[in-house]
Design a protein around this ligand. Structure first.
Ligand code: SF4
Ligand code: SF4
Length: 451
């Protein structure tokens, strides 16, 4: 095991104030599935799946209910057994809407016959078989990004030299990865072993922040003297969970802004993703359940829940004990990078890591004042950007300068907004500008082609 002294500290970063809202319970509560589950046909980056079931059809737990023939996609599965009562457009945690399969739960938990539990000897699986299982199980990045795992494996073949398993929470208020590592170190370590074989390597490094003592102890105990899994303890700093920061910490290498990590031989996957790979290879179980942190000052006991995919947020909220009459704002994904929800009926999907529930007072937006040129945003930016300047060019809609200032390389961590004394919505503006810049480039290309 390597200690924090070996890890290279990233540039910038913050230590946010999270007292009182970080879960203190050390295990996950299994939430019983609701009467109706809402399974969106897209839960990943890539092409949306098409429904493979019809209204009125009976489905079994683990059955594929949506798929499409495309490289970048991931099938979706029924999280419970029951009857399909609708396929309709419904709220999605991304903040938009999406075609969704609505299943009325019969609470029989009938498993689909394709799922043969406990049948596989995982150490006998070849890399190509693990790749196929990752697709069949519909595994996509569970740290929030949602990139299909099988696509990532295919892209890594022959390119990857270092596999990093990310056990740093994506958001400071989250504990789902911490609890997963503490409770199920074997799923994480064996999942890492499966993944390194799938990409043609012989080892992997699991990265954990130094404040996750119980997880470190559990992983250390399970790894024992094995030399194929290295445990690297990193300083607790946000956004340590960002893949470029993990690479810097583990290998003292900064991936150039213009490159993807895989272009330089690095593959980073979340601990939940590799645990899901283990479940799929060992138990034949597709990705139909995940750990979700539910927190906020109005939550009686912030905690981690094991939740079926398709469970509406309203069901989760009704079970977690709210201290006020109503929840004024729901943020899916945490305080720094999360997305505010317009409906409590949006469901938990494969990429939902956390629900942050806010009171009326917390939900009120602070009034911004003028930039006082304090430079704090520049000091904390892990990508060495100048958010103050990006804000200035965003207001001026100066696309050329935004491009010259590398706005595209912003990893949207929100550290700049968090520390800005003028309460400027820096992250929001930068995100908007990235979107507008993409449209601007498209319109230039269209003009050049004479459209
Ligand atoms: S500019 Fe982007 S990467 Fe830099 S601190 Fe702000 S949100 Fe994070
Ligand atoms: S932190 Fe805010 S006030 Fe300070 S320089 Fe950056 S934008 Fe201006």
């Amino acid at each position: 095991m390597s200690g924090g002294v070996d890890a290279v500290k990233m540039k910038g970063g913050i230590v946010p104030r999270i007292e009182g809202i970080i879960p203190v319970t050390r295990d996950a509560t299994t939430l019983s599935p609701p009467e109706r589950l809402y399974v969106p046909l897209i839960q990943h980056i890539g092409k949306a799946t098409l429904p493979l079931v019809e209204v009125g059809e009976y489905v079994q737990k683990g059955q594929v209910i949506g798929d499409v023939d495309a490289l970048v996609t991931a099938p979706v599965h029924a999280p419970v057994s029951g009857r399909v009562i609708a396929i309709e457009e419904r709220p999605h945690p991304s903040g938009s809407t999406c075609d969704t399969v609505v299943i009325e739960n019969d609470f029989a938990e009938r498993l689909h016959p394709s799922i043969v539990q406990g049948a596989s000897k995982t150490d006998e699986l070849a890399g190509s078989q693990i790749h196929v299982i990752a697709r069949k199980a519909g595994i996509s990045g569970m740290g929030g990004a949602g990139f299909p795992l099988h696509t990532k494996i295919a892209g890594a073949a022959g390119k990857v030299k270092m596999l990093l398993i990310n056990g740093c929470e994506c958001e400071p208020v989250e504990s789902n990865d911490d609890i997963l590592m503490s409770m199920f170190p074997h799923r994480v370590v064996e999942g890492a072993r499966l993944l390194y074989r799938a990409v043609g390597l012989h080892d992997a490094t699991i990265c954990v922040e130094e404040d996750k003592g119980q997880a470190i102890q559990a992983l250390t105990g399970y790894i024992g003297n094995a030399d194929d899994i290295r445990l690297l303890v990193l300083p607790t700093l946000y956004p340590q969970g960002c893949e470029r920061m993990i690479i810097k910490a583990a290998d003292n290498y900064e991936v150039p802004r213009s490159c993807y990590p895989i272009d330089r031989g690095y593959m980073v996957n979340n601990v939940s993703t590799v645990a899901a790979l283990y479940d799929a290879c060992k138990e034949g179980m597709p990705l139909i359940e995940r750990f979700v942190t539910v927190t906020g000052s109005i939550v009686q006991t912030p905690a981690v829940y094991s939740v079926r995919i398709g469970t509406p947020f309203s069901h989760l909220i009704s079970r977690c004990g709210i201290l006020t009459d109503s929840v004024a704002k729901i943020v899916s994904g945490g305080s720094m990078m999360g997305i505010a929800q317009f409906s409590q009926e949006a469901p938990v999907i494969k990429t939902v890591t956390c629900l942050l529930l806010m009171s009326e007072a917390e939900a009120r937006l602070d009034r911004s004042t003028n930039c006082i040129r304090c430079g704090r945003c520049t000091r904390v930016c892990p990508m060495r950007l100048n958010p103050c300047l990006l804000n200035f060019y965003a207001d001026a809609k100066n696309y050329e300068e935004l491009e010259a200032q590398c706005v595209d390389s912003c990893v949207e961590c929100g550290s700049c907004s968090y520390c800005c004394p003028a309460r400027l919505p820096l992250l929001q503006k930068i995100k908007l500008m990235k979107f507008e810049l993409t449209k601007h480039r498209q319109s230039i290309r269209m003009r050049q082609r004479g459209h």
